[in-house]
Design a protein around this ligand. Structure first.
Ligand code: AMP
Ligand code: MN
Ligand code: MN
Ligand code: MN
Length: 286
């Protein structure tokens, strides 16, 4: 049986990716993606362009976003799929979540200046495609260009993670709020890359049970940021919690991303793909 090549996690220059929505759509299509979602961080400004580009290439499209949430002292990402992109409460919630990024970025630059790296705010801004969405990734690109680090992974390890000079703690959206913005707009909420959080088993159990209690329905099982054992582990978690399973590369940039659009293993056959539950929300060409 042919499984749909769905890629439901990717970033454009409207957040911290380097390609335009149109160029991403073309790359996804060239890689054989049949169902695509652009999931910019805390932002839906690229949705119309992504959808138009996908449909004109003959590729099906689901609306998407990746919302930053604070939970148990950690930043958790919740993906929204198949929502109404004009929903006022969702748009207001995302705008509120984006707010504070500029001030955070100024403080990040202060920390970096104190560590002997001046000009990081202006440097990072040069990489920003959307002034509302300055992120750690843009600092990463600047520090690589400035020759301070050889790649963005090294930048995060040395400068941008907790306890490091450019790290500034930030309060993002609440878990329940993020889930309700998505479900209230007719979409499905999905826990992104669950293996990436530094949770104890108790905290992880709390994340899943609270997420479900708020109306969350999905978990990302196959993602560019999961190893094979992590994929297997979260396939079990999807079954244990009776969650829909998602699949997405988390592609940001041809130069930086290890996993290309659509270049992922299939979801294990025993899982229910999130896109089966979203058939009525899929936008199709012609
Ligand atoms: P922000 O929303 O500003 O905190 O930035 C988070 C983004 O930074 C993520 O979406 C990733 O694109 C990127 N990121 C986070 N951790 C790492 C890491 N360890 N290495 C490379 N990129 C990372
Ligand atoms: Mn990102
Ligand atoms: Mn993420
Ligand atoms: Mn992402």
């Amino acid at each position: 049986m042919h499984l749909t090549n769905a890629d439901l996690h990717s970033h454009s220059s409207v957040s911290d990716g380097t390609l335009s929505p149109e160029d991403l759509a073309a790359r996804a299509h060239a890689n054989g993606v049949e169902l695509w979602a652009l999931t910019d961080h805390d932002e839906t400004g690229g949705q119309q362009r992504a959808r138009d580009a996908a449909l004109s290439l003959g590729m099906a499209y689901l609306t998407g976003t990746e919302i930053s949430v604070s939970f148990a002292g950690e930043t958790v990402h919740i993906i929204g799929l198949g929502f109404d992109a004009d929903d006022p409460a969702l748009l207001a919630g995302l705008a509120q979540t984006r707010g504070g990024r500029l001030e955070r970025a100024r403080r990040m630059a202060e920390g970096l200046a104190a560590a002997g790296i001046p000009g990081a705010f202006e440097g990072a801004l040069r990489y920003v495609g959307n002034p509302d969405l300055i992120s750690r990734t843009h600092f990463g690109r600047f520090l690589v260009e400035a020759g301070v680090c050889s790649d963005t992974y090294e930048v995060f390890r040395r400068f941008l993670t907790e306890g490091k000079p450019g790290y500034v703690p930030h309060r993002w959206a609440g878990l329940g709020d993020a889930v309700r913005w998505i479900t209230g707009a007719g979409g499905v909420a999905v826990i992104a890359h669950p293996a990436r959080y530094r949770f104890t088993p108790t905290e992880e159990y709390a994340l899943f049970t609270e997420f479900i209690a708020h109306g969350g329905q999905g978990v990302e099982v196959i993602t560019g940021s999961h190893s094979t054992p992590e994929q297997q582990r979260y396939a079990e978690t999807a079954i244990e919690f009776d969650l829909l399973a998602s699949r997405g590369s988390d592609f940001h940039s041809p130069a930086e991303s290890r996993t290309d659009l659509g270049a992922l293993p299939d979801l294990p056959g025993r899982l229910t793909p999130v896109w089966e539950a979203l058939q009525h929300r899929v936008q199709r060409p012609g």
